[in-house]
Design a protein around this ligand. Structure first.
Ligand code: BES
Ligand code: ZN
Ligand code: ZN
Length: 481
């Protein structure tokens, strides 16, 4: 969709359709056409399309960003039922209240996402242009360039999220670790982005035995992708590490059939890393950002790694394998160790790591784990406005003990069935060097990464979890210092 700013009053702009956001507390405002709203039976949850003139009224709880995203996605779904090619919206609410155009753009773009690559009949919409009236913008001294920046930021956020969705939604036969390599190399065409991709030989040379073990029974070789976004005079070095399991069958500890479907989404951490690099470049963020991805399948076969194997990771920690379905942490531990060689000021890994996280938090919420509770809290507070839901999860001395092994340094699963999201985080913490312990966060995105029943503005399929969350945090860091 194209967004045009027009310096005219809303009623002077020509468009096929119009959208009016009705903020709930303004339902009785003097400019509300009471008779019309009564006839429409309009209430604080309504979204109404008037067929004669393609006027849309959509109720909005408040002018908070997330309420606007939800409302504009609703408006979009009504527009989609019409043949309107253009729509106009006002940006002014009266009494100095300006709607966040960033949030409205995000609602439109995220709400209009479809994945129809494999469908004969494509899901197309006539809508091409959104015309935004400045109305009282000039008079109220709001700069046009701020409005343009809000639109551009909204577009960067949603385009990179939708890009991650495409990757996750692609079926495993078409999105292999080799495709991950291709996708990453395409990103290297963006401004300030470069990409290196490493193969099995490199992993052997680096002694990444844990990562290699997971890959062994796959017919596709593994790939370690290392993307770098480097603007001039970067303020900090921030590293993202992503779990890129292009398929997780569980390995010899095979998943039951019903849990195996959706496991194409086990590459969601990697997809988020790719989305963040794309977004960082589009937003011109002032940081050096690395994106490191461990891409492989977890399959079965005569050469598969086994429960009872002991693996020596890159950092020399020995790991007793008790369950080959706890493979994500084995790939991540070697990637995290590699990542720390690049001296991050902040190190964040993202993974669809545990079903336990979904049980604990529900399917809508990402878990924020780590060692530095203050950093977890900080990330949580700031993430609230991103549109993604998060909750910090903290470990304790008792849970820390549950991954002890009789014959190796640690086990790849814990000795209790409870607290699995946290004990997976504890496992990863064994690979974080002392100097980075306070700079590390682990995001378990297993719940929101794949949407089985549509919610909010998320359709069935991938949600692009992790992308907006982190871009929002980075934008905050960029403004803070
Ligand atoms: N990829 C899964 C986790 C997962 C489950 C993601 C459901 C999304 C939805 C991960 O590799 C896994 O299988 N974890 C096991 C760990 C267990 C063996 C300790 C799990 O969660 O059951
Ligand atoms: Zn698994
Ligand atoms: Zn997995």
């Amino acid at each position: 969709m194209k967004y045009e700013i027009i310096q005219k009053d809303l009623n002077k702009i020509k468009a096929d359709a119009s959208v009016t956001f009705v903020i709930n507390k303004n339902l009785n405002h003097k400019w509300i056409d009471k008779k019309l709203f009564k006839n429409l039976n309009f209430n604080d949850k309504s979204a109404v399309l008037i067929n004669e003139n393609l006027q849309i009224f959509v109720a909005c709880k408040s002018i908070e960003d997330e309420e606007l995203r939800l409302a504009s996605a609703k408006a979009y779904s009504l527009l989609k039922t019409t043949k309107a090619k253009s729509v106009k919206i006002g940006s002014y609410l009266g009494k100095c209240k300006f709607l966040s155009m960033k949030a409205i753009v995000e609602g439109f773009e995220l709400g209009s996402y479809t994945y129809d690559r494999y469908k004969k009949n494509k899901d197309t919409s006539a809508l091409k242009i959104v015309k935004i009236s400045t109305q009282s913008y000039n008079e109220k001294q709001i700069e046009l360039k701020d409005l343009q920046e809000a639109i551009d930021t909204g577009l960067a956020m949603s385009n990179s999220t939708n890009y991650a969705k495409d990757i996750v939604n692609t079926p495993p036969q078409d999105f292999t670790p080799l495709q991950m390599e291709k996708e990453a190399k395409k990103l290297a065409k963006l401004k300030n982005v470069s990409c290196k991709v490493f193969d099995e030989e490199f992993l052997k040379k680096e002694k990444m035995e844990a990562f290699l073990a997971v890959n062994r029974a796959s017919v596709f070789p593994p790939r370690l992708v290392h993307l770098t976004y480097k603007p001039k005079n970067p303020k900090k070095t921030i590293i993202f590490v992503g779990k890129g399991l292009t398929y997780d069958s569980g390995g010899l500890s095979l998943k039951p059939s019903s849990s195996m479907t959706t496991m194409k989404a086990d590459k969601s951490g990697a997809a988020a890393v790719l989305g963040i690099i794309k977004g960082a470049s589009e937003l011109n963020l002032p940081f050096e950002i690395h994106g490191i991805i461990g891409a492989t399948e977890n399959m079965i076969g005569g050469n598969a790694y086994k429960p009872d194997d002991v693996l020596i990771a890159r950092n020399k920690t020995s790991i007793e394998v008790q369950n080959t379905d706890a493979e994500g942490r084995l790939v991540l531990c070697d990637c995290l160790d590699y990542a720390q060689d690049f001296k991050p000021d902040l190190l964040i890994d993202m993974a669809t790591l545990t079903g336990a996280c979904v049980v604990a938090l529900g399917e809508y919420t990402n878990g924020i784990l780590g060692i530095n509770e203050e950093l977890q809290q900080d990330f949580f507070q700031i993430s609230k406005k991103s549109g993604e839901l998060t909750t910090p999860l903290y470990s304790n001395r008792y849970l820390d003990e549950t991954i002890k092994s009789e014959i190796a340094d640690i086990c790849n699963i814990s000795n209790t069935r409870y607290g699995g999201a946290i004990t997976a985080g504890v496992f990863l913490s064994h690979f974080i060097r002392d100097e980075y312990k306070n700079k590390w966060l682990h995001l378990d995105i297993a719940g929101p990464a794949f949407v089985e029943r549509a919610w909010g503005y998320n359709q069935y399929g991938a949600s692009g979890a992790g992308v907006r969350l982190n871009l929002h945090y980075l934008l905050h860091l960029a403004k803070a210092k």
